[in-house]
Design a protein around this ligand. Sequence first.
Ligand code: F6R
Length: 604
Amino acid sequence: MCGIVGFVGSEADALPFLLEGLQRLEYRGYDSAGVAVVQPQGLAITKREGKLSRLAAALASAPVSGRCGIGHTRWATHGRPTDINAHPQVDCRQRIAVVHNGIIENFQPLRRELEAKGHRFRSDTDTEVIPHLLEEYGATEDLVEAVRRAEARLKGAYAFLAVAADHPDRIVAVRRSSPLVVGLGQGENYLASDFTAFLRRTRRALVLENGDVAVVTPEQVDISDGAGVPVKRPVLQIDWSLEQAERGGYAHFMLKEIMDQPQAWADCLLGRVEEGQVVVEALGLSRPRLEAVRRIKMVAAGTAYHAGLVGKALVEELARVPVDVEVASEFRYRHPLLEPGTLVVAISQSGETADTLASVALAKRLRVPVWAITNTVGSTLAREADAVAYTHAGPEIAVASTKAYTTQILVLTLFALALAAARGRPRPDLVSQLAGLPEAGSQLLESLAEAMAGYGQDLARHRDVFFIGRGLDWALAQEGQLKLKEISYLHAEAYAAGELKHGTLALIEDGVPVIALVTQPQLWEKTLSNILEVKARGACVWAVARADAPAIPADLRIAVPAFEPLLMPVLAAIPLQLLAYWTAVARGEDVDQPRNLAKSVTVE
Ligand code: F6R
C-alpha cells in the first residue's frame, strides 16, 4: 500500500498540503512518514518512524518551506519501519528524492549493479534503487529523460514521484499498476495515490493510466504514455464527500477491503511465480529448508486460524506432509510434541497477537524453526520468526478480516505448491491457474454487486444461521460463520456437513437458514445428501456453489467461478464476506468496529 502526495505551486508553500494530503492517506499505511521539499540550496528531507503525528511534530519544530515537494506515508514491504527506510529515498548526493508506492520486484539485481558502479545505499528498501538509477541516468540535467530510462529498468507494480534540486519547478510522476491521480488547482497542482488527499482544494482531477509519465508544474500537466507519445487524459469532476473518499467511495472499510481483494491477490502473487514454479525465496524460504520439513504445526488465532485450516488441507493434499493446526491460545499452554523436522508456521495479520507471539516464543524455546505469514512488516512476529512471508494485502482497517484472510490462504497455497515441488510432486498446472484468480475475483465481485444487499436483508431477520461443508468447504464454513457472527451478532455455527446428524440436526426447524458450501466436486454428492437432510426438516438452504456444480435442491444458489478445487476457498470466501457485511448493514450494526472487539489482540 503506502500513500504518496506531491505539490508544486507558483506562490504557496508545499508543506501544508503535503501534511494535509498525508493525513488523508494515512489509512493506506502508517508505520513511518516523510517529506522532501525543494529549496534553493538543495532538498530538505524530514522523515520519522511511526505515525504521521511524529513527522508533523518534527516539522512544527523545524519547518521547511519551498514551493515543490513530495510526501509519503508508509506501509512497509521491504525493510522494517525505521527513519532510514521511510520515504523519500534519495541518491548519493541528496539531489534527487523519490516517494514510491508498490513493489520493485527486481530491486536486488539493480542494487548490486548500482553498488558496483559506486552508488552508496543507505536503506533496506526496494525504493532506493530509483533515485540511484535517476542519478545514474543524469537526472540533474534532464529529470524526465532520466525517469524514462529508469522506468524501463524496473519490474513490478508501482507508482512513484521524483523531484530534483536542480529542477525546482516540477514533479515527474510514473504510474505502473499502482494508483496515481493528479489534482488540478489554480497556479498549483497536486499528485496523490487517491483523490482524498486533495479534495479539500480541488475537485478537478486526472487519472493517470498504466505506463503514463506526467510532468507536473504549477501551470501545466504534460502526460505521455508508455511509448513516450503525448496523451490527454479526461478531466474528471469528483463529487465524493471527504468521508466517502477516504474509504474509496465505499460506506465502510470492510466493504472497501472486500472489493480490494483482486488487487491484494495480484500484489500477493507478484514476483512469487515464475515459469510455472513458485519462487521459494520470495516466500522467505529456501529449497534445502523445505526439503528438511517432515511435519508442520500451524498456530494462529481467529480468522488466521481458519486460514491455517485451509492451509492444512492444501499442504497434506499437495505435498503429503502431515499438518496440525492449533489455536495459539491453547498451544502456548500445552507441552507440545514437536519432533525433529517440524516447522512451526505462525499466521497473523497484525503480527502482534499475544497468543500467537507466545506460541512462537515456545517453539523457539524448543528450538523448532518458525516461519511467519503476516501482513505487517516490522511487526514483532516478523522480527521473532526465523523466516517470513508477507501477504502484501495492504492495511486492513475494518476489525473483521477479509483481504488478510484470502491473502493468507494464497501464501499457504504457494507454500504447499513449493513444498510439493521440493518433495518431487510439482503441480505446474495449479501454479499456472493462480494468475487467473484476481480477474476471476473481480468478475465475481461484479456479478454479486447487486444481489447481496437483498440477501443480507433476508438473513438479518433470522436468529440462528448454520454453515455446512465438507473438506475445504468445511474449513471455509468456519470462517463464514465467524464473519457473520462478529459483525451482525447473529448466532452462527459451522458444521462438517456429515456431522450434522450426530446432534445438530435437532436444531433444524422450519425456515432456519443453512448456508451450504458446494465447491469441491469430489464431495458434491455427499454434500447434496446433507442438503436434502436439512431440507427435509424445513431448512431454507442457500448454496454457495462452484459454477459447474450439478442441480442443488437449494432455495438460493450463488455461483462462484470454476477453478481447481484446491483454489476455490479464495474465491468462495467473497460471497460469505459480502453476506456477513450486508446482514450487518441491514441490522444497522457498526460494521467496521463491532462491539467488544479490537483489531489487534495484543493482550491475553
Ligand atoms: C476476525 C478477526 C480475528 C483475527 C484474530 C487474529 O475477523 O480479524 O479473528 O483474525 O484476532 O488476528 P491476527 O491475524 O492479527 O493475529
